[in-house]
Design a protein around this ligand. Structure first.
Ligand SMILES: *[C@@H]1O[C@H](CO)[C@@H](O)[C@H](O)[C@H]1NC(C)=O
Ligand SMILES: *[C@@H]1O[C@H](CO)[C@@H](O)[C@H](O)[C@H]1NC(C)=O
Length: 188
């Protein structure tokens, strides 16, 4: 009787153990739970600076690479390359924080409209070497213009956002402009 009970016990243990063994034999695949908290939080950075564009004068920061075609109205069709300094304040001797490098094209026949495609390349502090890419229409005679921030690099990787531009100073004779710029960018 005792040996029958111990036999029954051993049988019972084997059943319990075998039920906890894996029931599939695949070695090429492994499932593991996904944790919802794996996505990093995004950050919002707001920047305030001035850019200085001078197309004529002694040390131009921008120049025509395509002159306006014959018969063009309001210089429509011309293309300008720029390498404009970005400064903390509006003064010409204010601290340099970066450069705006890229192009703008006169893209409107009806009002003064510049189609702009450029990178803001920052050179100050933790932003040194990081860029924001901007694309959009700059209707330069309007009070405030909004341009899209479509990307970025460095600390601004995966950026998206907007840049608000407002003319701070313009001299029609020298072609010198100082433009206030507020940028909001969401990035990782
Ligand atoms: C920014 O980085 C460049 C290249 O690494 C370096 O030469 C320069 O001194 C840096 N500028 C500032 C203001 O830290
Ligand atoms: C930028 O922001 C400052 C501070 O909020 C504000 O005084 C200024 O009018 C803004 N400029 C533009 C072009 O949005």
């Amino acid at each position: 009787m005792a040996s029958f009970l111990s036999l029954l016990f051993v049988f019972y243990v084997i059943v319990i153990m075998s039920s906890s063994l894996p029931t599939t034999s695949e070695n090429f695949a492994k499932e593991s739970p996904v944790f919802a908290s794996a996505k990093p939080l995004e950050k919002l950075t707001q920047l305030h600076f001035y850019f200085h564009d001078s197309i004529r004068g002694k040390n131009p920061t921008s120049m025509y690479i395509v002159e306006p075609p014959k018969g063009s109205i309001n210089r429509f069709g011309s293309l300008i390359m720029m390498d404009d300094p970005l400064t903390e304040g509006p003064g010409p001797n204010s601290k340099l924080v970066g450069r705006s490098q890229g192009m703008y094209a006169v893209a409107s026949q009806h009002e003064y409209g510049l189609s702009i495609m450029a990178s803001f390349l920052f050179t100050e502090g933790i932003y040194n070497g990081s860029t924001l890419s901007i694309v959009g229409m700059n209707h330069a005679l309007q009070n405030v213009r909004e341009i899209s921030v479509v990307g970025g690099s460095g600390v601004f990787r995966y950026a998206r956002g907007s840049a608000l531009l407002k003319t701070y100073f313009y001299n029609g004779i020298s072609g010198a402009a100082i433009v206030e710029c507020n940028v909001s960018a969401i990035h990782v």
